[in-house]
Ligand binder design. Structure first.
Ligand code: FAD
Length: 435
């Protein structure tokens, strides 16, 4: 990836500026864009801005990928899930071109290159107790979906679905590893990523409209960081659930954001690899994705309807109920000897009437502040294009030079790079003993 221009000015701050309040030795840099939030959206947007030749920097409050991306299952939906009722919904229309964009990135044929272990599975499976799946494929094709289910012969089924009585299909929706996605996105941008706690960030509006972001080491645990004032033409809020608090700090309304909570299941042990959805009626009853934990065990991450329908259960009751649902979805397969855990996550989106999932990625500009939510991981590339289109008219002409690494290092002023967030199964989730 071309690195493009970067921080292009550093000088002591003038007396009386907010930088003074951050410390007497404040440095100052002028930038095109500052992005808040170092997860899938923020990193993809940073990549897009830099590739377009703009100067940009990203501030992450905690760890890269923290939040929804670390919690997510990484399925690059192609829209079938949103046509299960036989209609081509607005969601399906928005998302149907996404698998081909991701496929090109995963193959290194398009930027950002996601070639280092990001692809977990090239396709999913889809199964049902009845015989509706073949028909679904026809509906999807007629409705213009580019990814539709292909019925499998019994001998071509994955071992995990051997006991399923109904039809099993292959669906060419890729599954990515969220953690490795974040690592791939972050690596070429490493010198543009700063970890700064929200309390250490001061925000000032200047008379010319630019935003002044003051990083104050006295309010941070970062050892050796120096005060830094960043002048930004445009600010992008890509902080997931953190966007509401950030909008408040910019004097913007917080009711633009809705949060939908889910409770997810984890299972680990001697499990076969499985990625796919069990369909019931017009929805995914369970969605299972597989990975390996640090000890080499297969881990199933289980979402879909089960994660939305039992949000009020405590984790013990949820695990018992969820396990029964998963065993039934697998044709009565016993999951004895498996360990189970549960975790909760919040989905942050633009507010909709009725609190439903929005149909598309969302980006809106208020003055110099762009607020962005992708709605789905799969829609992040689409979000990045929208943010670029909103930001570009306000940004200085792209400069063609490449930054000098030493200059970038100096201008960080000792602010550390953020670490990578762990996946849910490596976090402190209490596991039940195998039963
Ligand atoms: C359980 C679950 C499963 C999902 N499965 C799928 C799926 O299979 N396929 C799919 O397409 N989508 C899926 N999604 C949706 C998808 O995860 C999200 O749409 C996407 O990951 C959002 O990415 P993001 O970068 O916008 O936000 P997040 O990943 O939430 O990242 C926000 C970042 O901002 C940082 N931050 C917060 N506050 C501040 C601040 N004040 N300053 C600086 N940084 C801040 C956070 O630390 C974090 O790093 C799933 C979501 C969940 C919760």
């Amino acid at each position: 990836m071309a690195t493009g221009p970067d921080l292009h000015d550093t000088r002591p701050a003038a007396a009386g500026t907010p930088a003074d309040r951050a410390g007497s030795e404040a440095g100052s840099v002028a930038l095109g864009a500052v992005i808040f939030g170092g997860s899938a959206s923020g990193l993809w947007i940073l990549n897009r801005l830099v590739r377009a030749g703009h100067s940009a920097l990203l501030i992450e409050a905690d760890r890269l990928g923290q939040g929804q991306t670390a919690a997510c299952q990484g399925i690059i939906h192609g829209g079938l899930k949103y046509t299960l009722d036989g209609r081509l919904s607005a969601s399906a229309k928005a998302i149907r071109s996404m698998p081909s964009v991701w496929r090109q990135c995963l193959a290194g044929e398009r930027a950002p290159a996601l070639t280092d272990g990001v692809l977990r599975a090239p396709y999913c499976h889809l199964w049902h107790s009845g015989r509706v799946l073949g028909r679904l494929g026809l509906v999807g094709a007629r409705r213009g979906l580019r990814v539709t289910p292909v019925p499998l012969r019994h001998e071509d089924r994955p071992p995990a679905l051997a006991d399923v009585r109904g039809e099993v299909c292959r669906l060419d929706e890729q599954v990515v590893s969220p953690r490795r996605l974040i690592a791939n996105l972050a690596r070429p941008l490493a010198n543009r990523l700063l970890r700064v706690e929200p309390d250490a960030v001061g925000i000032e509006r200047r008379a010319d409209g630019d935003v002044e972001i003051v990083l104050d080491p006295d309010r941070s645990a970062a050892a050796g960081a120096l005060p830094l004032v960043i002048e930004a033409r445009v600010v992008v809020l890509a902080a997931g659930t953190g966007n509401a608090a950030l909008r408040a700090r910019f004097g913007l309304s917080t009711d633009l954001m809705q949060v939908r909570s889910v409770q997810m299941l984890l299972a680990r042990g001697d499990l076969p690899v499985l990625n796919g959805h069990c369909i019931e009626g017009a929805a995914a009853l369970v969605t299972i994705t597989s990975d390996r934990d640090a000890a080499g065990r297969t881990v199933w991450q289980i979402g879909g309807g089960v994660s939305e329908d039992h949000i009020d259960l405590d984790s013990g009751a949820f695990i018992r109920r969820g396990r029964r649902i998963v065993e039934a979805a697998l044709g009565g397969r016993s999951l004895a000897g498996t360990e189970w855990a549960a975790y909760r996550a919040d989905k942050a989106e633009v507010t909709t009437a009725g609190g439903h999932r929005p149909a598309d990625a969302f980006a809106r500009i208020d003055g110099r502040v762009i607020t962005a939510w992708p709605t789905k991981l799969a829609l992040v590339p689409r979000l990045a294009e929208r943010v670029l289109a909103l930001a570009a008219p306000l940004l200085p002409e792209p400069r063609g030079e490449r930054p000098r690494a030493s200059l970038l290092e100096r201008q960080r002023r000792g602010w550390p790079a953020p670490a990578l967030a762990p996946p849910p199964w490596e976090r402190e989730v209490p596991w039940t003993a195998a039963a």
